[in-house]
Design a protein around this ligand. Sequence first.
Ligand SMILES: *Cc1c(COP(=O)(O)O)cnc(C)c1O
Length: 458
Amino acid sequence: MAEQKIPYKIYLSEDEIPKQWYNVRADMKTKPAPLLNPATLEPMTFDDLRPVFCDELVKQELDDDTAYIDIPLDIQDFYRMYRPAPLVRAYCLEKKLQTPAKIYYKFEGNNTSGSHKLNSAIAQAYYAKKQGLKGVTTETGAGQWGTALSMACSYFDLDCKVYMVKVSYEQKPFRREVMRTYGASVTPSPSDTTNVGRQILERYPGTTGSLGCAISEAVEVATTNEGYRYVLGSVLNQVLLHQSVIGLETKAAMDKYNITPDIIIGCAGGGSNLGGLISPFMGEKLRGEKNYDIIAVEPASCPSFTRGKYAYDFCDTGMVCPLAKMYTLGSGFIPSANHAGGLRFHGMSSTLSQLYHDGYMRAVSVEQTSVFEAAEQFARVEGILPAPESSHAIRVAIDEALKCKETGEEKTILFGLTGTGYFDLVAYQKFNDGEMSDYIPTDEELQKSFDSLPKVDK
Ligand SMILES: *Cc1c(COP(=O)(O)O)cnc(C)c1O
């Protein structure tokens, strides 16, 4: 009967948008391994990182102890434009699946960038502006991060230079135009505008690029141009911190109706949406207050958690970035070109890697066609065309709900619906035409990439 009262959408009021981010590292007994200087193999210090990132963001990156960090008022104002994001009870999907499970999703697609990435983009642009910088550089794969960052930069009147993985630049002209409309300059990567880009082009002529390669170019431009810094849309601790707004809102909405999730599911590319969604729940788990079954979902074509090694590795192909200890497929790993969407990074957030390593969460990998089957099923009853990335989480949420149907368990399932798929219609077209394939790398291919991991004894 209490159940009848739960609406389809649980909205918070604007006043209930979080005023602080939550830093899950503060509650971790084993802290994530530090970034290492690739030359000395010593932990990166504030001064080492300052030439690359904004000062305030370096502080956040290195802060393993402060549990709550105030969200500056300018960022709170910007959040009010598109937050709070709704928490939706998927009644229609439950009915369709005939499951006794209760399914909820947090929808982050209600802004032009179409994903959660704006939550961190606006924070990173704010700190760059506050430091008096001219602009920022970044890479983008599928295009969501570049779009989010161009929106954030235009809000604060900052220059924004985006290196876009060439295959996406060509396949997603509409994303490119959104970025240009917000004033960003977009360069296909690898390009001849940087040293590292020219080297990569010489070594791999005709390459369609990779995220690791675009990162190297963006970092080079930031560190060789006065008044510029580099920003990254995922993987880093600071990004997980900003994305905690997702989880804090979700928890506040659930608490209103005394809902406690049994299972929490998110897709994992670099780990930022999952890290953000689970943060307050993981905090409770780390403090021994509650237990949750937390599941990271990754593509079988780029399986960092489920088949990767927990080791120090480069974050980029050009090997200019610090080394991060993470579950990785090796920085030379280039996922198959027929893989759709943004979950293509070879590594994983070092915070989530440590939590996974310590057994606080589990991971599953899913194949592309089954992901699109779930996306179609979801779109037809819940009315939102999901991003392919988000649909990885939908796949596993549906699988868990179907298990409940067999066992009769009334589990409460929460998943992150990170974005919309309006710019992914080429992938949907392939699926609709029955031309989508499930590429899974062989052990030999992965081994080849593992062989190039840097030898670091830490
Ligand atoms: C970028 C992106 C992801 C994956 O990135 P994470 O850092 O792992 O969250 C997932 N969904 C959407 C819609 C994205 O744009």
